[in-house]
Design a protein around this ligand. Structure first.
Ligand SMILES: *Cc1c(COP(=O)(O)O)cnc(C)c1O
Length: 446
């Protein structure tokens, strides 16, 4: 669901006209709907109520502080995968005790900072990392809580770049190694190994991979118990779908129905549950608004050239993802009933929707059915762009990053200013001489 809808042939974000936002904020710009974010958060909480999970929103899906604040006000914790994301969570007012921190490459500085800030839980991905966390905690005379990320070897049937729970992945440790991991590190005095973490991939449109992963997790909890190791928390990760096409994703109750029968008995025995949803909260809560700069025909192909492409939204060219695209002001006759690959309206034809960057990979949609009337100056909306949109945007071709706007009913505010040329170069303006160790500059072989 989302709160972007056509009324009388023009697109609204909640009660605000998208054209008015685009004219005031400029394009390209991301627009987020507060009500959509809140609704998705509330629905998740309701669906999983029997295990009362801590919902740790995945910061990397959409990391704007304005968005984080909306969810923080709802009581969300945060799932961070870097020191930068923990910093954002802190700025958004999220208690560090409600934050979890995953990632295969946590640096010493990041681990130190997280411990000093009182991080809730490290989601640890390897033996070496555990030893490092434990040794840093010891140095800081701190005790930290750690969950082991396990890799349950299930196929989430999604893009191979975002399948993260199969056996040959860089994430977590496999189930056979997990018992050994607990046997080796389960009694560390500074890093308390007390939980299990899994995140099997994203987006996952069937509930079976969750059921399979949860079944294996339940078995592991029992095996660990027989080894004398008690599991206090289970973090089920994220990966629930979003509606890139209308009603593409199963309702959250369906995911819950697969997970709850396995999770509830553990909950009743005192295990605390955590979820890390990103896309299912933020995906449909954002659109990207672009202006058509030119249309042109090359051979048989019609191109719509927009003022941003893969620099603003990488998913189509990186993952081959589908995003529904439609004019902001199509008129009542051209308003589609559903967001789908082929909206089957008269007066449409296929186009490639591309950006201005100098490479052929710079597209938002190929062979896409759109109104034939699209012309220079029109505004286009790219839907379901809230997750992995702005957070993956780049400055390639020296493109300043887009503006971000948060809408709440008839109120809109800029939550990230559009970058300008000055921001592009500010870290380059003044070269600074490096103070190198003498051995690096002298004693050159002759
Ligand atoms: C990316 C990520 C998530 C969020 O995935 P979504 O598909 O956006 O729900 C959750 N947990 C971890 C560890 C991740 O890396």
């Amino acid at each position: 669901m989302d709160c972007f809808s056509y009324r009388n042939g023009e697109l609204y974000a909640e009660e605000t006209r998208v054209r008015d936002i685009a004219e005031s904020a400029g394009t390209p710009c991301y627009i987020y709907s507060r009500a959509t974010l809140e609704e998705h958060y509330d629905r998740l909480q309701a669906a999983f109520k029997p295990i009362d999970p801590l919902i740790c929103y995945s910061v990397k899906s959409c990391s704007n502080l304005g968005v984080l604040r909306v969810l923080a006000a709802r009581g969300a914790g945060m799932d961070a995968v870097s020191g930068g994301e923990l910093y954002r969570a802190k700025l958004a007012g999220v208690p560090m005790s409600k934050c979890v921190y995953a990632g295969v490459g946590k640096s010493d500085d990041e681990i130190t900072g997280a411990i000093q800030d009182g991080l809730g839980l490290f989601n640890c991905e390897s033996e070496e990392e555990f030893e490092n966390i434990a040794s840093i905690a010891k140095k800081l005379r701190a005790t930290v809580r750690v969950a082991l990320r396990i890799n349950p070897d299930v196929d989430p049937q999604t893009h191979r770049y975002t399948a993260t729970g199969k056996k040959e992945t860089k994430f977590g440790v496999d189930l056979e190694r997990a018992r050994r991991f607990f046997a080796t590190y389960g009694r560390d005095p500074h890093a308390t190994l007390e939980g299990l973490h899994l995140h099997i991939g994203s987006p996952i449109y069937t509930v079976d991979p969750y059921r399979e992963a949860m079944t294996k997790t339940v078995d592991l909890v029992a095996a660990l118990a027989s080894d004398g190791m008690a599991i206090r928390s289970i973090d089920l990760g994220g990966g629930f779908g979003a509606d890139y096409e209308s009603a593409q994703s199963p309702p959250l109750q369906e995911y819950a129905a697969a997970i709850l029968p396995l999770a509830k008995p553990l909950y009743d025995r005192g295990v605390r549950f955590i979820l890390e949803p990103g896309r299912t909260i933020a995906g449909n809560a954002g659109i990207l608004v672009l202006r058509v700069l030119y249309t042109k025909t090359s051979g048989e192909k019609r191109f719509v050239i927009c003022d941003a492409g893969m620099n603003a939204l990488l998913r189509p060219s990186h993952y081959g993802s589908f995003h529904f695209i439609w004019p902001v002001e199509p008129g009542s006759a051209m308003t589609p009933a559903r967001r789908t690959l082929d909206p089957k309206l008269p007066g449409t034809t296929t186009h490639d929707v591309v950006g201005p960057l100098c490479e052929s990979g710079d597209f938002l949609a190929l062979d896409r059915v759109l109104p034939a009337s699209i012309k220079r100056g029109d505004l286009l909306a790219v839907f379901t762009a809230g997750a992995y949109g702005m957070s993956m945007a780049s400055r390639y071709n020296s493109s300043p990053l887009p503006a971000e706007v948060l809408v709440s009913r008839d109120h809109a505010e800029i939550v990230r200013r559009r970058e300008d040329f000055q921001t592009l170069v500010e870290h380059e303006l003044k070269p600074i001489a490096l103070q190198l160790a003498p051995s690096a500059t002298t004693e050159l072989p002759r």
